[in-house]
Design a protein around this ligand. Structure first.
Ligand SMILES: *Cc1c(COP(=O)(O)O)cnc(C)c1O
Length: 449
């Protein structure tokens, strides 16, 4: 499949080029030129596969000759060696073969190594990049701006891969303490370095964008982005919507399906919309935003107004200028009315989020992370306003213990750390403190070759 630049649809490249260069030379985001569309028979066949095999099959349509079917099978089996359960709040896991009656599920995407859904994309990306670089003998420097979870997932996925260095930029004081430990504990001599920027996430993202736009710097370091501006991050995020919707349809064939997606940069939502275009049986996407809600405003008014972000409890969604908005427009040819037929959404204050987190914990005994609570609230308001009977799937984007301090304060109870988090919290933390300056960033990268 070819990819084109959203700024110039005639400029087309292969997957490998789109992945390794991140943005088109004109600064445009890459987008798949066409999408496969699967019919009933093929959907049934793909839904019967295990997740990693379904992902391998789908990925064949998105890559190029540098990847054989065997490469993709091995790569996906290796990347996706952890479960992806759909659970009721009572803890019943959906089994399409013997479904118990149920209509509301939490899609727990936090069973990967860094306990956030970003592992799904980062691990696919790490393995595809490493496959290409090992064949060509080239090297890359990855710059990644993170508001919390991306840095950990990318750092972990690229840790000690040959030919790759990773610099993670995060807002000093702007990520949870567990997240900071995960980002800064990759080891003294590892290829992953954490930079604490004295500013907001938007400052980090702006700095990364400036570095890429600077031709000298970009060429000198072979820069590559692992943020969701890179289409290699977005493609694998379609796989889990595709596969889980088929599981749910198998269990409850006559009910429409709605996913609630707690959103910031809209990469997760873009993945879902791509899955739907490929034929996944999804009727609605319900977007949950926090106090940063340019997308929900766009859905309501048809006007898109990017803005500066404000800090909230669901910090991974503190995004005022979502990267993937142009991709969503492109998927619908810019037609606001068509977008609102598929997407709806609401936004919530921290106070509402906290109350909901407390309520679901005390009444249903289910503890969610603050991001998931925003999505769950949006789903509740959506289903409350319709009399159609949906199977509801709330995408749970992170394990609540990643936000231990915040969640403990809200529920006034102890939140135990899973084993992998205990390890990174104990490991020595190392970070480089920096003002948001391109020259300083350039110097630091040079010093750490
Ligand atoms: C990244 C992230 C989000 C937002 O996902 P986008 O793809 O940026 O919309 C939501 N929740 C958590 C926990 C995240 O890490």
């Amino acid at each position: 499949m070819k990819y084109h630049s959203l700024k110039n649809p005639d400029y087309k490249v292969d997957f490998s080029e789109a992945l390794l260069s991140s943005l088109a030379p004109d600064g445009g985001l890459y987008m798949p030129d066409s999408l496969p569309r699967f019919g009933e028979g093929e959907l049934a066949r793909l839904g019967a596969l295990p997740f990693h095999a379904c992902a391998a099959h789908l990925s064949r349509f998105f890559v190029d000759d540098n990847f054989s079917d065997d490469d993709l099978r091995d790569l996906c089996a290796d990347a996706y060696d952890f479960p992806l359960p759909l659970k009721t709040m009572g803890g019943v896991v959906l089994d399409p073969a013997t479904p118990e009656p149920g209509d509301a599920y939490i899609m727990e995407m936090f069973h990967g190594p860094t306990l956030a859904f970003k592992d799904f994309a980062a691990r696919f990306m790490g393995r595809t990049v490493s496959h290409l670089l090992s064949r060509s003998g080239e090297s890359r420097t990855i710059l990644v701006a993170t508001s919390g979870d991306t840095g950990g997932a990318i750092g972990h996925a690229f840790l000690n891969l040959p030919g790759i260095r990773v610099f993670i930029l995060f807002p000093e004081g702007g990520v949870s303490s567990v997240q900071e430990h995960q980002l800064t504990s990759m080891g003294k001599n590892s290829n992953v370095k954490a930079i604490a920027v004295e500013g907001t996430f938007d400052d980090c993202q702006a700095l990364v964008k400036q570095a890429f736009a600077n031709k000298d710097m970009s060429a000198a370091h072979n820069l590559m982005s692992a943020n969701s501006i890179n289409v290699g991050r977005v493609i694998p995020q379609s796989f889990y919507y595709f596969w889980t919707s088929l599981q749910v349809k198998g269990a409850f064939p006559h009910r429409p399906i709605a996913y609630a997606v707690p959103s910031g940069n809209l990469g997760n939502l873009t993945g879902g919309l791509i899955a739907r275009k490929m034929g996944a049986p999804i009727d609605k996407f319900v977007v949950g935003n926090n106090a940063n809600h340019p997308f929900v405003d766009y859905l309501e008014t048809g006007t898109y107004t990017p803005r500066n972000s404000v800090p909230t409890l669901s910090n991974a969604m503190d995004i005022g200028r979502p990267n993937n908005f142009p991709r969503i427009l492109a998927l619908f040819d810019g037609d606001h009315e068509q977008i609102t037929k598929v997407c709806t959404g609401s936004h919530y204050s921290d106070e509402q989020t906290e109350r909901h987190l407390r309520k679901t914990y005390s009444r249903a005994g289910y503890l969610m992370c603050p991001h998931t609570a925003v999505g769950h609230l949006a789903m509740q308001d959506f289903t409350g306003a319709t009399d159609k009977k949906y199977t509801e799937i709330t995408v749970s984007t992170a394990h609540p213990a990643k936000f231990k301090d915040e969640v403990e304060r809200v529920i006034r109870a102890n939140v135990p750390l899973p084993a992998s988090l205990k390890r990174s919290v104990k490991a020595k933390s190392r970070k480089h403190l920096m003002v948001p300056s391109l020259a300083d960033l350039d110097a630091y990268i040079r010093d750490n070759v």
